[in-house]
Design a protein around this ligand. Sequence first.
Ligand code: F3S
Length: 423
Amino acid sequence: MRLNEEQQKILDGKKGRILQSAMMDLVKYGTAVGAEEFVPITSAHNAFQFMGRVARCFPPRGRLLTEKDIDKFSEEIAVARVKVKTTVNPAIMDLRKWRQMGADKSIYDSVMRTVEIARKCGIMANYNCIPYLTDNIPLMGDHISWAETSACLYANSFLGARSNRDSVEISLFSALLGITPNFGMHLDENRKGTDLIDVQCELENTSDWGALGHFTGERVGVGIPVFIDLRRPSVEEAVQLAAATNSSGGGGVPLLFIPGVSPEAPTVEAAFNGDKPRKTYVFDEAAKRAIYQKLNCNPEGKVDMVNLGCPHLTLHEIKELSRMLEGKRVAKGTKLWLQTTSSFRALAEQLGYAQIIEATGAKLFADACLYNWYVNTPVKRTKMNRVATDSVKNAFGARRSFHSNIFFGNTERCIDIAIKGGV
Ligand code: F3S
């Protein structure tokens, strides 16, 4: 890769060990993917949860780090500081209501220590997965380095920003240096459609948009789908489409085009930029039904938890949920957890939505991701084995990673289950 004078100095170690290590890895990565140079970025979004895990992105790798190693590393990275606006994906717990989630005090202390280092480092530890609607909103044409799969796809497709599906490590190195290898979605020539998705059924709610996303991600594999005969989505529907497309296990969709909605694709022709689709897939009623059947392995029976808010709920969704829940009561023995951002929860409290929701016995949590909570919390998973959700990403992830007994259905159906305590 071609480096400018400043980049070479960093590589030579003249700006400290942390930046040198970040530069060495970005150069190795860029070389492996055929990038010839770096491109300046305006923002990053990654994970910054525990200092031990962050430290493992830097040398010495391959050996257990002592507390002393981690303390030294924390001091060094705080001095290195990020060069661009940097936000963070959800944590494992609500930083205010962590006890209500059943989280462990030692894990809470560990996360809070990391929050403090993030602050010193210039990172805004906002812990949400919809930064493009809250604290990190790129403009069309901005080069960014984002690690969250759903956020990256949304930013590329609906804002016209430019990010590869970067790993947590690459995104952190890019944030520290303010640059990233110039390849893939950063280049004009790669931002064009590969496959056509012909939508021949009605999409009635956000879960249907998720089903379309799952179908698309599975079929296209690695590629850029272009949709036809698809109505304009609401922001919340676009969020579910992006989240489900990129978490289908299909391989990787960094960008999708809805002609007339995606800023770079006013028409189908513009979306393909002169190319012909390599394949056309039809999404009809039967295909939609098949996705619901595939993701639904708890068609009957008791439910331990109903989880809504994957990706995090918008203020509009919280308002709608408060309307649906008002005056009702969550069934004994069933939890109803709603996940959102701290900023939207603060507004929901100010506007009275949170109080209506919590009066039913439901919990409105912020900062957290149920997936991360499952992985990191010493609560026996068997207590929460039967989960209902309206999110395809949540349903697919929980089934694949934890073999949970999942009910997948639309939001109204999930609320009904929470009130009745079962399907
Ligand atoms: Fe967000 Fe976690 Fe879902 S990061 S998209 S709530 S799996």
